[in-house]
Write a protein that binds this ligand. Structure first.
Ligand SMILES: Cc1ncc(COP(=O)(O)O)c(C=O)c1O
Length: 410
């Protein structure tokens, strides 16, 4: 690297520091629901481990004990050593896909519909969102993509890579379906396909898309397909944990249903539930699937172990809902500008505490840390300008007392 580049990098990093946007990797140890940071034990209210399974050592031991009983030949390997198209598609991965398919089918059957989907497992939610849209739009079909303004960075990167001349995309105002409907109305008649993209629970605001309304919109125009990223709803919502689409009985109407394993599943990886022909197309064209080593079989074995438990975790989901509602109501009450403001219903375990500017958000995070909570500031560009916040996250292992102590610190 030249001296010029080095000094330019230094200047740019100093500029980030001046605007409180400089990021550093924290040095942490984990201990159940706690993290140990700089020698201090803090309650973790930052991670996406919504069901608290990631810090559950008993659960981990149960899994490891099962693995120890296997013969050497049966023990899942620690690396896939190549992409899925070469040797990476092992027995664990195939079993995981068919169990996910069963999970979907059982939920969809309860909703009295006869739709069936195939499942494709991918390396991460980032890989999924980065690769699916460019693959879908590689077809020579005139396509309009309409995405919610607040969709995750991975979806935005996927949009940016959907560069065919036949593709245009626009962003509608967050959860504003009138705005979305206006874009649909304005779409040229020669547009052959309209893909509407949303998250079901939004990662930074914790609010929900109205999937029923989106399904109604879809029913009005045969060109519309729905792409829903359930990263933050999987494991958290729905009778068996299959997400907001399960809870709202919209599973059968969603064309591309994406979920991830790095959050409530306390694992790693992602999946798409879609028509089998779409799965075959993705296998043939989706670059992050084709050009990346598959996840290790041992990870898939752990994901299967968690998946088997997912439908049985309704008590944990109910406790999580109760804690999250308590916290979000306390925040609304604290900041109530008018006594007539309604208390929010349960949206999700993500409860944003929006302070606006970077400096007060950093100060609040430090105050919460001093009080024993591992809370982290989230600043632009991760969130829009002037909406810096502490993203408070509840998990099913927290107690009511933990939640009340946190509320006192806000
Ligand atoms: C909505 C959403 N989709 C996808 C991802 C990426 O998932 P992964 O962490 O599995 O790459 C995230 C990550 O936080 C997310 O919030």
């Amino acid at each position: 690297m030249t001296g010029l580049i080095n000094s330019r990098l230094q200047e740019a990093l100093i500029a980030l520091k001046a605007t409180q946007q400089y990021r550093q990797l924290p040095n942490l140890q984990h201990n159940g629901p706690y993290v140990i940071s700089e020698g201090k034990t803090l309650l973790n209210i930052t991670s996406n481990d919504y069901l608290g399974l990631g810090g559950d050592t008993e659960l981990q031991n149960e899994f490891l004990n099962q693995i120890r009983l296997l013969s050497a030949a049966q023990t899942p390997k620690m690396s896939a050593t190549s992409s899925r198209l070469l040797t990476g598609s092992d027995a664990q991965l195939q079993a995981l896909e068919s169990e996910l398919q069963e999970w979907y089918q059982t939920a969809v059957d309860k909703q009295d519909t006869s739709v069936s989907k195939s499942v494709l497992v991918l390396n991460s939610g980032y890989h999924a969102n980065l690769g699916i849209l460019p693959a879908l739009t590689a077809l020579p079909v005139k396509t309009l993509i309409l995405a919610d303004k607040l969709v995750h960075a991975s979806i935005i990167d996927g949009l940016r890579l959907s560069q065919s001349k036949l593709v245009t995309y626009r962003r509608y105002r967050h959860n504003d379906y009138e705005h979305l409907a206006t874009f649909i109305k304005q779409a040229n008649p020669d547009i052959e396909r309209i893909i509407v993209v949303t998250e079901s629970i939004f990662s930074m605001d914790g609010d929900r898309a109205d999937l029923c309304q989106l399904v109604q919109l879809k029913a009005k125009d045969a060109r519309i397909e729905l792409y829903v990223d359930e990263a933050h709803a999987i494991g958290v919502l729905g009778d068996t944990g299959l997400g907001l689409a399960e809870e709202t009985q919209t599973l059968a109407n969603i064309d591309y249903l994406v979920g991830t394993f790095g959050k409530a599943f306390a694992s790693v990886g992602a999946y798409i539930m879609c028509d089998d022909i779409v799965k075959q197309w993705l296998i043939n064209t989706m670059r992050p699937l084709i050009f990346s080593t598959a996840l290790p079989p041992i990870n898939h074995a752990w994901t299967r172990f968690i998946l088997a438990k997912m439908p049985t975790l309704n008590d944990q989901r109910a406790h999580l809902a109760q804690l999250s509602t308590k916290l979000s109501r306390a925040i609304v009450q604290r900041h109530r500008v008018s006594p007539t403001i309604q208390y929010p219903n349960y949206e999700s375990p993500i409860v944003p505490y929006i302070l606006g500017d970077n400096a007060s958000t950093l100060a609040k995070a430090q105050q919460l840390q001093a009080a024993g909570f591992y809370a982290m500031p989230i600043r632009p560009p991760t969130v829009p300008a002037n909406t810096a916040r502490i993203r408070l996250v509840m998990n099913a292992k927290l107690t009511n007392k933990d939640c009340e102590q946190l509320i006192r610190q806000l």
